[in-house]
Design a protein around this ligand. Structure first.
Ligand code: 3HC
Ligand code: NAI
Length: 693
């Protein structure tokens, strides 16, 4: 604690993010009590050292016995203080950090501060008053939006809704002390957030508003428990006296924090951060500077990738084969920005600013100034080699050369250049401007600082980068393939597309494998298989008939014009029945449990092979890939986490059983799965051993 005249300044210093661990809570309680009792202190400022004000409870303490004082106790003590208390915030005051500020009479913020209650992303709700106090301060609708999205709001929005009282330009603590002195001099009335009523009163007579919100959330939250609990807690803020509401919030919080969903979501939080750590990188390695990018190809992926760079303020040159293709690409980008503006997600001037960072060109020469070049041309080795051959000649020395290939061998592409050290894969997911996952494919010669640069760029453009090794389909698509095979196999054995899709959706995926094929286009896989000389029984028959999916109005389902809702098609059922007959496969009733296990367990089996081969560094990397790239339900923690959860011996036995039932050798449990199951081990411990090595 420091003193500036009659103002005491309490500084929380627990790097890197001032998480509210036990010592911080105890320290705050002690210092606030001292300052409250000290007659020479007339006001108290609370601030955080380092890069941010408190970013919330210490997540590593969840699931363990709580050492007193609890956060609620600290907050109750602050609320009782009769001298002005001022929270001076910067960086990311989040979760419990923001809740502490709500116990203070005033809040001032540095410009650039982002304030929020992100608990929902961890499968919990605010547990130290957030759901009760925020509505009293900023109103019910704004609170619900913040609590349900978990997204922080910028300081200027916080000022507009009354969450902060002043934005301090220049030195934050000095400004906060000056603010405190003003409050003392003016004898300003102290604002006790818990006593405010004006903003919640109108909702007391409109319970229907909550019912609407609950119905909407139930539709969107797909299996998640926390969003409905959050609505219930905010409803309690409106319908109950504040202390009863706080009690209700606490009950809901305690139940969620002890539950399986939050455990899985916390696991993913740390898994995402773990993925940033590459085991064998030299210490002190610095990423190269990237101020300009070039993207080759303005198709589906090139357009989205270019937007990701422009959205992060990095100028991009987009290169196409001709003006017409370039125009098509730019028109799509422009349309995407317009949609965001119409939805209110983006201001027109911001859209214009981003669009102005994109320049088009029809000559590869235009890539010569770029610090990173990302190739997103057709998925054909010969074309990729041509592009990299040309880039090798003209790209500036030390430019990072990346391919967005889905399946092709990155080492072969690198070998066409005289600088294979500078080459790697950056595998984005569609739509690339939206999807957060970025697989970074490390070639056998990729230089460590090139890898570090790609990771840093990935983070800068808002992605979650995960390093993977070279193999057909890398991690995500390679694991998707056995799932698709089993989905088709289930059709031949007796299921219908709607049965398989319904089971996948019930498990928690946003859509089932057949709805997904229809969305992506059945023709994509059909063309690849044609080139490889292989064939899928049902999908390829549909593609032969011109049934490519949504784009042709017919695929595994029928789609009415302008609609994306799948309708069952008796013709497809006939095709499936005839195929079973032709192949001599007896059709039988297949229950949901078998469908889910036949979709999920072969993926886990493939994941085990991927781990064993060192294509992924750790099981948690695979989980991050599936959660951020393929819609794996986050509350189930990812396929490898799920496998550990249901037990590896069970997964092994079921795979062996299904291999027998369906006569399908590819379902045989992999050596690593078999070994870990026999040892009573887990994928989590296997990953940990490898990265510690
Ligand atoms: N508890 C424990 N560790 C945390 C933490 C937290 N709340 N927040 C971040 N960390 C750790 C990270 O794991 C990471 O550790 P590592 O270096 O060993 O990998 C380190 O701090 C730095 O974190 P980031 O790499 O994420 O740093 P960034 O600068 O990119 O992001 C951040 C900073 C925006 C604060 C981000 O870390 C974040 O979103 N943190 C979580 C915030 C949160 O969810 N708060 C709510 C907690 S729940 C709560 O408060 C309950 C209450 O209502 C009772
Ligand atoms: P696309 O067909 O939509 O776009 C490819 C573009 O590249 C076309 O506009 C074409 O004119 C252009 N092009 C071709 N040769 C070129 C050259 N020599 N110079 C400049 N431009 C050239 O293809 P899409 O879907 O964008 O795929 C691109 C790459 O991304 C492929 O390798 C694909 O496997 C990969 N990918 C695709 C995903 C998807 O969902 N579509 C997901 C992840 C990766």
């Amino acid at each position: 604690m420091q003193h500036d005249g009659a103002v005491a300044v309490i500084v929380v210093d627990n790097p890197p993010v001032n998480a509210l661990k036990h010592e911080v809570r105890a320290g705050m309680l002690e210092n606030f009590t001292k300052a409250a009792e000290d007659k020479s202190v007339e006001a108290i400022v609370l601030t955080g050292a380092g890069r941010t004000f408190m970013a919330g409870a210490d997540i590593t303490e969840f699931g363990k016995p709580m050492k007193p004082p609890g956060l609620s106790e600290v907050i109750a003590a602050i609320e009782k203080i009769q001298k002005p208390t001022i929270a001076a915030v910067h960086g990311t005051p989040l979760g419990g950090g923001l809740e502490v500020t709500l116990a203070c009479h005033f809040r001032v913020a540095a410009p650039g501060t982002r304030l929020g209650l992100p608990e929902i992303k961890l499968g919990i709700i605010p547990g130290a008053g957030g759901t009760q106090l925020l509505p009293r301060l900023v109103g019910v609708e704004k609170s619900l939006a913040m609590i349900l999205s978990g997204d922080p709001i910028p300081a200027k929005d916080a000022l507009a809704v009354g969450l902060v009282d002043e934005i301090i330009e220049g030195d934050l603590v000095k400004g906060a002390v000056a603010f405190a002195k003003k409050v003392i001099a003016e004898k300003r009335p102290l604002k006790h957030v818990r006593d405010l009523d004006e903003k919640i009163a109108p909702f007391r007579s409109h319970p229907d508003k909550f019912n609407e919100a609950a119905a909407n959330v139930a539709k969107k939250s797909r299996g998640l428990e926390a969003p409905l609990a959050a609505i219930e807690a905010v409803r309690a803020a409106v319908t109950m006296p504040v202390d009863d509401g706080l009690k209700r919030e606490r009950e809901l919080f305690v139940k969620l924090v002890g539950g399986e969903q939050s455990k899985a979501q916390r696991y993913i939080f740390f898994a995402e951060r773990e993925a940033a750590k590459i085991p064998d990188m030299p210490a002190g390695l610095r990423p190269r500077e990237v101020t300009r990018a070039a993207v080759i190809g303005a198709g589906t992926m090139g357009g989205g990738i270019s937007m990701s760079f422009a959205n992060a303020g990095i100028p991009v040159t987009v290169i196409e084969t001709n003006e017409e293709a370039l125009k098509r690409g730019f028109d799509t980008i422009q349309k995407n920005y317009q949609i965001s503006v119409q939805r209110g997600a983006l201001k027109q001037e911001e859209a214009d600013k981003r669009f102005s960072l994109l320049k088009g060109a029809t000559s590869m020469e235009a890539a010569k100034d770029a610090d990173i070049v990302i190739e997103a041309v057709f998925e054909e080795m010969e074309i990729k080699k041509q592009v990299f051959g040309a880039l090798d000649k003209l790209a500036k020395p030390r430019a990072v050369l990346a391919t967005n290939t889905s399946y092709l061998n990155v080492d072969q592409i690198a070998q066409i250049t005289k600088r294979p050290k500078e080459v790697l894969g950056t595998h984005f997911f569609s739509p690339a401007n939206v999807m957060k996952l970025l697989e970074i494919v490390r070639g056998k010669e990729t230089a460590p600082d090139v890898l570090a640069t790609a990771m840093a760029v990935g983070r800068k453009i808002g992605k979650v980068p995960v390093v993977v090794g070279v193999c057909h389909g890398f991690v995500g698509n390679r694991m998707l393939s056995p799932r698709q095979n089993q989905a088709e196999r289930l059709l031949l054995e007796g299921a219908l597309p709607r049965d398989v899709d319904a089971a996948a959706v019930e498990f928690g995926f946003p859509m089932g494998p057949f709805a997904m094929s229809d969305l992506a286009g059945i023709d994509v896989g059909w063309r690849i298989r044609k080139a490889l000389g292989t064939r899928n029984e049902i999908a390829d028959q549909l593609a032969d008939m011109g049934r490519y999916g949504q784009k042709t109005g017919r695929g595994f389902y029928i789609y009415e014009k302008g609609s994306r809702s799948p309708i069952n098609d008796p013709e497809v059922e006939e095709i499936i029945g005839a195929a079973s007959k032709r192949l001599g496969i007896p059709r039988r009733q297949i229950d949901k449990k078998e469908i889910v296990e036949r979709l999920i367990f072969p993926m886990i089996n493939e994941g085990a092979k991927i781990l064993d081969e060192g294509i992924a560094y750790r099981a948690s990397d695979i989980d991050v890939i599936w959660v951020y790239g393929y819609g794996w339900p986050i509350w189930r923690g990812g396929p490898m986490y799920y496998a550990d959860h249901v037990g590896l011996a069970y997964v092994r036995d079921q795979l062996a059983h299904y291999a027998k039932v369906s006569g399908n050798k590819s379902l045989d449990p992999s050596p690593l799965l078999t070994r870990l199951a026999a040892e009573n081990g887990s994928f989590a411990s296997f990953g940990a051993k490898k990265s510690a090595a």
